[in-house]
Design a protein around this ligand. Structure first.
Ligand code: FDM
Ligand code: MG
Length: 216
């Protein structure tokens, strides 16, 4: 019909604690979609290859210290550096599967005592995910998966508090767009549920609409 536009790709975000299996599920989902003829690419935040990513990397690897607000804004700027690319991909019909996003941004900063609204502000207007898949795992189960490394935040106590912040975030996201999946299961079991949820989104009416803007 006149004016009909090509359906866009879906913006799928994985969130969860460290070691919850996000990276594994992102790679698996992209591969499965491609095998089914659905164009899909992976993304991740922080993207350590970008200009801001280098500074974030030295902060996380504890080579540099930064004020809590400065690092928060860098994480947000890191997303803004990629935002147009994500938008272009989606509008070309490519699905973008992302490992962490603004929800991690708020969760990890809010536990330091920065206010919720201050943490949200710099991410307002970023491309909004069509679906957030939260991989739920207890900090102790996550730790038993091979332990944490030496990066900042890779401590059970921090993960425990972040878990609480994520819970609050989930309650603030539009109905149906935040889905919690039990992650303390086999990769394939989790992956099957992931694929089912994503296919629902891809077949839904949302892909005929413009990409939303976060927190608006
Ligand atoms: N993290 C991640 C933040 O503190 N803010 C953010 O905006 C994002 C995207 O960075 F501990 C934290 C979460 C994690 C660390 O992430 C590095 P990866 O996924 O382990 O690389
Ligand atoms: Mg990590």
């Amino acid at each position: 019909a006149a004016g009909a536009r090509q359906r866009r790709g879906a913006f799928i975000v994985f969130e969860g604690l460290d070691r919850s299996g996000k990276s594994t599920q992102v790679a698996r989902l992209v591969q499965q979609l491609n095998e089914r003829g659905v164009k899909a690419v992976a993304a991740r935040f922080p993207d350590r290859t970008l200009t801001t990513g280098k500074m974030i990397d030295s902060y996380l690897s504890q080579k540099a210290d930064l004020d809590d607000r400065a690092i928060h804004l860098l994480f947000s700027a890191n997303r803004w550096e990629r935002a147009n690319q994500i938008l272009e991909d989606l509008n070309r019909g490519t699905t973008v599967v992302c490992d962490r996003y603004a929800f991690s941004g708020i969760a990890f900063s809010a536990i330091k005592g920065l206010s919720w609204s201050w943490c949200r502000a710099p991410d307002i207007g970023l491309p909004a995910p069509d679906l957030v898949l939260f991989l739920r795992i207890s900090p102790s189960a996550a730790q038993s998966r091979g332990g944490f490394g030496d990066e900042r935040y890779e401590k059970t106590e921090v993960q425990q508090r972040v878990k609480g912040a994520f819970k609050r975030l989930g309650e603030s996201v539009e109905e149906g767009k935040w889905v919690e999946l039990e992650a303390d299961r086999g990769v394939d079991e989790v992956g099957q549920e992931v694929l089912r949820r994503v296919e629902e989104v891809l077949q839904g009416a949302g892909m005929d609409k413009e990409v939303g803007k976060l927190w608006t």
